[in-house]
Ligand binder design. Structure first.
Ligand code: ZN
Length: 160
C-alpha cells in the first residue's frame, strides 16, 4: 500500500488541527497558537503548544512534537496509515491509495495458504485422527492457545 507524499501533505494542510487535537485536549487560544495540557506526559501546567500556522504541535516539557497525523497516531496508539485515514476522513480528503502490484500478485497465494491452513486446522480439531494428534501436542506441552495462535493443523495421511 502506497500513499504519496503529496497526499499526506494535502491531509496535513486541509486538516483543522485545532479542532482535531481539540477532540482530545482542551485548547486555549494564546496569540497565534493554542495551549493545552500535554497528553503525552503527566502534565499539570499546560505545556502543549499547537501552532495551526506551522501545522505542528510541540510539548515544552516532554518534547513530543509532530503534525496532526502523528498526534492522532500517538494518542490512539494506531499506525501512521490508520491515523492518516482518520484525519483524511475528518478533513474531507479522499485518499488515493495505490495497492502495490506485488501485493496483488501474492494475494492469491495468501488466499491458498489461508484455505490450506483452515483445512488443516479443521482436520486437527474435528476428526478422530486429529484427536490423536491433539493428544500428542498436549503431551508435548503445547496448549490450546499456542495451537490456535500458531495455527497448527493436521494433514490427512491419505494426502501424503
Ligand atoms: Zn508533554
Amino acid at each position: 500500500m502506497a500513499i504519496s507524499r503529496e497526499q499526506i501533505e494535502e491531509v496535513i494542510n486541509k486538516a483543522d488541527m485545532v479542532s482535531i487535537i481539540g477532540e482530545y485536549v482542551a485548547l486555549e487560544k494564546k496569540g497565534n497558537d493554542y495551549k493545552g495540557l500535554c497528553p503525552f506526559h503527566n502534565d499539570n501546567n499546560p505545556s502543549l503548544s499547537v501552532s495551526p500556522r506551522k501545522r505542528c504541535y510541540t510539548c515544552f516539557s516532554c518534547h513530543a512534537t509532530g503534525n496532526v497525523i502523528t498526534f492522532v497516531q500517538n494518542i490512539e496508539h494506531i499506525s501512521f496509515t490508520e491515523a492518516l485515514k482518520k484525519v483524511a476522513n475528518k478533513s474531507g480528503v479522499e485518499l488515493n491509495i495505490k495497492v502495490d502490484p506485488m501485493e496483488l500478485k501474492f494475494n492469491k497465494y495468501y488466499k491458498i495458504m489461508e484455505e490450506a491452513c483452515n483445512a488443516y486446522e479443521f482436520y486437527l480439531n474435528n476428526t478422530d485422527e486429529g484427536k490423536g494428534a491433539l493428544e500428542y501436542l498436549h503431551n508435548r506441552h503445547l496448549n490450546d492457545d499456542v495451537i490456535k495462535r500458531f495455527r497448527i493443523g493436521l494433514s490427512s495421511g491419505e494426502n501424503n
